[in-house]
Write a protein that binds this ligand. Structure first.
Ligand code: DAH
Length: 342
């Protein structure tokens, strides 16, 4: 076979290969196979030494022509591969903007969160600020500065989890009272919602992780009347009804006097029923006037400054509001329960 025919064969072979290529990378391989330094065309040009001048010229021209044509074919093929890829991508990502979307279940706020937001709104409308604090607290903020000395028996009621470096999971949001006293200048009114933790035997009314809303008002001449008024406002707005509250004595080291605040049962209007265990009253929250020692710890003169504080159990409030019988539902992640609040 003469060289020109040989070249023609090579060209045909290359043309076939190029037309069958599917990927850009294969195109590069094909190019190297024919017009690369060690490609088939270079091998042929090495044979040219044996030819006479006229033939050499012809063969040289043919080689140039073939490699130019092949370059062109490769460029065309490369473009068509890219077009094809783009079309494929467009096909895959195509969607109809007008098609109604498939029904997708949407989430909702947890009942604790939505009632907490309501409580915040009620207090904000009375001029309170909402404060936050960390869930891991110092012993000082959680106990000491609240007048629990190191060996105080009241600590036993609030056993909790301790970290290796001596901090603890806060047992109550009262720790935020200490933080408020440190950073705010009296007079002030704050509430502080948050999660709290205790080492607790769990049952229908006890959890190791629950929620409180702390309240604290510091000012001049603050009295128990201010406290009961504020609580009546909260209750009548949460339950959408006029309420009657009463105070019983209660003990907490950081208030003096300390109280348990009850409200008259709304189901039986004080006559006695199963909801209020036939007493006519439902226990709502502990509260009291701020103990002088707590003010002194914060550098305030208890002869000038006074205040009240309360610790609202948010879980209990939500349970009463919706008639939920078991506190364990809240952290259960049980969808049948949560869907009631959609
Ligand atoms: N921190 C207390 C507890 O969790 C509740 C409490 C009682 C908070 C009296 C107060 C208060 O602010 O005045 O047991």
């Amino acid at each position: 076979m003469n060289i020109i025919d040989e070249l023609q064969e090579i060209y045909k072979e290359a043309e076939d290969l190029i037309s069958n290529v599917k990927k850009e990378s294969q195109l590069d391989d094909t190019k190297n196979l024919f017009i690369g330094k060690k490609g088939k065309l270079s091998l042929i040009s090495k044979k040219m030494g044996n030819l006479d001048i006229e033939e050499r010229k012809q063969v040289g021209q043919k080689i140039n022509e073939i490699s130019e044509n092949l370059e062109k074919l490769i460029i065309i093929k490369r473009d068509s591969i890219k077009d094809e890829e783009l079309n494929l991508l467009l096909e895959r990502e195509k969607f109809d903007v007008l098609q109604p979307r498939k029904h997708r279940e949407s989430g909702t706020l947890h009942p604790i969160t939505s009632v907490q937001m309501e409580v915040e709104d009620i207090f904000v409308s009375m001029g309170f600020e909402v404060m936050d604090g960390p869930e891991i607290e110092t012993d000082y903020n959680n106990f000491e500065a609240l007048n629990f000395t190191e060996d105080h028996p009241a600590r036993d009621m609030q056993d909790t989890f301790y970290t290796d470096d001596g901090n603890l999971l806060r047992t109550h949001t009262s720790a935020i009272q200490v933080r408020a006293l440190k950073i705010l200048k009296p007079p002030f009114r704050i509430i502080a919602p948050g999660r709290v933790f205790r080492y607790e035997e769990i049952d229908a009314s006890h959890e190791n992780t629950f929620n409180q809303v702390e309240g604290m008002v510091v000012g001049k001449n603050i009295s128990v009347a201010n406290l009961t008024y504020t609580m009546n406002q909260l209750l009548s707005q949460i339950f959408n009804k006029e309420t009657i509250v009463r105070l019983r004595p209660g003990y907490f080291p950081f208030v003096e006097p300390g109280f348990e605040l009850d409200f008259q049962c709304m189901v039986c209007e004080g006559k006695g029923c199963s909801v209020c265990k036939h007493s006519g009253w439902v226990e709502l929250l502990p509260c009291g006037l701020i103990h002088p020692n707590v003010l002194k710890f914060a550098g305030l003169d208890p002869e000038i400054w006074t205040g009240f504080a309360f610790g609202l159990g948010l879980d209990r409030l939500v349970m009463m509001r919706y008639g939920i019988s078991d506190i364990r539902y809240f952290n259960s992640g049980n969808l049948r329960f949560l869907k009631k609040f959609l």
